[in-house]
Ligand binder design. Structure first.
Ligand code: NAP
Ligand code: MG
Length: 502
C-alpha cells in the first residue's frame, strides 16, 4: 500500500480520548513564563521641560498603578496651566533658535539616534509599558516597542527629503505643536505624534494619558541621551485640566489629538474660530466581514486578533463580526472553540493572550455595556477561564443574535467584546458595515480579489484590511472618516499634516 493511501485512511479515535479541543484546553497547560527584565522605574517622575526633569509648579503628584495587580508603580507630576506655559515657552524658544532652523539632514541624525536608543532599551521599555498599561508582554515586546522605533527610523529617512513630500511645492514647519494621546498604545502613539512633527522641523508639547505616563517619561530620558537641543520635546503629565491647557494654548500652531470622539468634539468646539491646524484620531466600531469562500481557519484567527488584541483597547478593533449566513453557524462554533484556548491573566507572562484592562473605570464601562447587551436580548458566550483575584480583568466575550439597533452593535466598547451579525449579500454587508457614526477601519475575508476591490471602495473606512487585520506600517497613512476624525498619521500624507505649503 502506498503511503498516500495509508494517509487517506480515516483515523478512529481510541475510546475515552477527548476531542482535540479538550486535549488543548483542559489536559495540559504551559508553565508560567514571566518576563524578568528590569523596567528601571523611578519612584517619582517630574515633568520634562526645556531638556530637564523639573518639579511641577503645581506641587502636585498622582499615582500610576499597575492594573494587573492594583499596586502603585510610581508618582507622576501633575502639570497645571503654569507648567504647560513653561513647556510652550521652552518649545517656542527651541523652534526659534535651533530646531526650526536646522537643516533636515541634521535633524535626521537625532531621529535615527532616538530610534536606535529605543531599540537598545527595547526590553526595558516593553516591561514598563506592560506594567503601566496592562497589555501582554508579547504585544509590547513584539509590536508596540519595535513599531515605535520603526516610526522614528521611517521619519528620520524623510527629514532630509522633505522636498518630495509635496513635489513642486516648498514645505515649512508650522512651529510649536500640542499633542494629547490616549492610554491604549502609550509609546506607539507618542511615536506617531513626535516623529513626523520633529522630522518636519516643529517642536512639541505632549501630554500622555493619566494611567500610562511612564514610557513617555522614559522616552524623555532617551531625548536627553540623544542630545536633542533643550525644548524640542516637552512632556507634561496630568489629568483633568492639563489636556485642555495643552490643546488650547495660544502658542500652539497646530494641535494633534488621539482619544475618544467625545473629547475630540469638546476640543474642536473650544478651538473653533482660532487659526490652529488640527488633526483628530478618534473612536471606531469596525466591521470584520467574512464571506462564505473565505479561508475559515485563517479568518477565525484574524477575527480573534482583531478584537482580543490588547484586550480590545484598539480604536480600529474589529468589534463587529459580519458573517455570511451560509457559514455563520460553523464559523461561530469554531470561533468559540478557539476562544476557549485563549489565556487571560498576568500580562508579564509570555504566554498570556489577554492581559489586564487598563483601569477600573474602563472595566466598569465594559461591564456596563456588556450588561446592556444581555438586557437587550443578545446571546452571550464567555469561556470558563479563571481570572486573577487582584487586578482588572475581563473574559473574552462574544455576543450572537445581535441586531443593528443594539447598543453593543453601535457604541465603542473598547474591551474584549465581539458582536456577531449576519448578512446574505455583499450589498447588505456594506450597508451594515457603513451603518455607524464611525469610519476608522474594516476587514474583508474572501477568496475573490474582485470582491476585495469592490468592498474597499464601498466601505467608508480609513483602512480596509483584506484577509488580515490590525497590520500597521509607518509608510501607510492611518486615519478616519466621519466621527473617527480627520487627518492622517504615517506615510507622506502624515507629514503633510505637520507643514505649511508654499
Ligand atoms: P479620552 O478620554 O478622549 O482621553 C484621551 C486623552 O485626552 C487623554 O490624554 C486625556 O487625559 C485627554 N483629555 C481628556 N479630556 C480632555 C480635554 N477636555 N481636553 C484635552 N484633552 C483631554 O480617550 P481615552 O479613553 O484615553 O482613549 C480611548 C479612546 O481613544 C477611544 O475612543 C479610542 O477609539 C480612541 N483612540 C483612537 C485612535 C485613532 O487613531 N483613531 C487611536 C487610539 C485610541 P486624561 O487621561 O488625563 O484624562
Ligand atoms: Mg498605570
Amino acid at each position: 500500500m502506498s503511503t498516500l493511501t495509508a494517509q487517506k485512511r480515516p483515523v478512529s479515535r481510541p475510546q475515552g480520548r477527548p476531542a482535540p479541543e479538550l486535549i488543548f484546553g483542559d489536559l495540559w497547560e504551559y508553565d508560567p513564563a514571566p518576563e524578568t527584565a528590569d523596567p528601571k522605574l523611578k519612584a517619582r517622575y517630574e515633568l520634562f521641560i526645556g531638556g530637564k526633569f523639573v518639579a511641577p509648579k503645581s506641587g502636585k503628584y498622582f499615582d500610576s498603578i499597575n492594573p494587573a495587580n492594583e499596586q502603585k508603580l510610581a508618582q507622576i507630576a501633575h502639570a497645571n496651566a503654569a507648567d504647560v506655559n513653561a513647556a510652550y515657552a521652552a518649545a517656542k524658544k527651541a523652534f526659534d533658535t535651533t530646531w526650526g532652523k536646522m537643516p533636515g539632514k541634521e535633524r535626521a541624525k537625532y531621529l535615527y539616534r532616538l530610534a536606535r536608543l529605543l531599540q537598545d532599551r527595547a526590553r526595558e521599555f516593553a516591561v514598563a509599558e506592560t506594567l503601566d498599561g496592562g497589555k501582554p508582554i508579547k504585544e509590547s515586546r513584539d509590536f508596540d516597542v519595535p513599531m515605535a522605533a520603526a516610526h522614528f527610523f521611517y521619519h528620520a529617512g524623510w527629514a532630509d527629503k522633505l522636498d518630495y513630500v509635496a513635489p513642486g511645492r516648498k514645505v515649512a514647519p508650522l512651529g510649536v505643536v500640542g499633542q494629547v494621546i490616549p492610554w491604549n498604545f502609550p509609546l506607539l502613539m507618542l511615536a506617531w505624534k513626535i516623529a513626523p512633527a520633529l522630522a518636519m522641523g516643529n517642536t512639541v508639547v505632549l501630554k500622555p494619558a493619566e494611567t500610562t505616563s511612564i514610557t513617555a517619561l522614559k522616552f524623555a530620558e532617551l531625548i536627553q541621551d540623544a542630545g536633542l537641543p533643550p525644548g524640542v520635546v516637552n512632556i507634561v503629565t496630568g489629568f483633568g485640566d492639563t489636556g485642555a491647557a495643552v490643546m488650547g494654548h495660544p502658542t500652539a500652531a497646530k494641535v494633534a489629538f488621539t482619544g475618544s470622539t467625545e473629547v475630540g468634539k469638546i476640543i474642536m468646539r473650544s478651538l473653533a474660530g482660532t487659526d490652529k491646524k488640527m488633526t483628530m484620531e478618534l473612536g471606531g466600531k469596525a466591521a470584520n466581514i467574512v464571506f462564505d469562500d473565505a479561508p475559515i481557519d485563517q479568518a477565525v484567527e484574524g477575527i480573534i486578533n482583531g478584537i482580543f488584541f490588547n484586550q480590545g483597547h484598539v480604536c480600529c478593533a474589529g468589534s463587529r463580526l459580519l458573517v455570511h449566513e451560509p457559514i455563520a453557524e460553523r464559523f461561530l462554533a469554531k470561533l468559540k472553540t478557539r476562544i476557549k484556548t485563549l489565556r487571560v491573566g498576568d500580562p508579564l507572562d509570555k504566554n498570556t493572550d489577554i492581559g489586564a484592562i487598563n483601569s477600573k473605570e474602563q472595566l466598569a464601562t465594559i461591564t456596563r455595556l456588556v450588561a446592556a447587551g444581555v438586557k437587550e436580548g443578545a446571546k452571550m458566550f464567555q469561556p470558563a477561564c479563571s481570572l486573577p483575584a487582584k487586578g482588572y480583568y475581563f473574559r473574552p466575550t462574544v455576543f450572537s443574535g445581535v441586531s443593528m439597533s443594539h447598543r453593543i452593535a453601535r457604541e465603542e466598547i473598547f474591551g474584549p467584546v465581539l458582536s456577531v451579525l449576519t448578512f446574505r449579500t455583499l450589498d447588505e454587508a456594506v450597508e451594515k458595515a457603513n451603518n455607524t457614526a464611525y469610519g476608522l477601519s474594516a476587514g474583508v475575508w474572501t477568496d475573490k480579489g474582485s470582491r476585495i476591490l469592490k468592498m474597499s471602495t464601498e466601505l467608508k473606512a480609513g483602512v480596509v484590511w483584506a484577509n488580515t487585520y490590525n497590520k500597521f506600517d509607518p509608510t501607510s497613512p492611518f486615519g478616519g472618516y466621519k466621527e473617527s476624525g480627520f487627518g492622517r498619521e504615517g506615510g507622506r500624507q502624515g507629514l503633510l499634516d505637520y507643514c505649511k505649503l508654499a
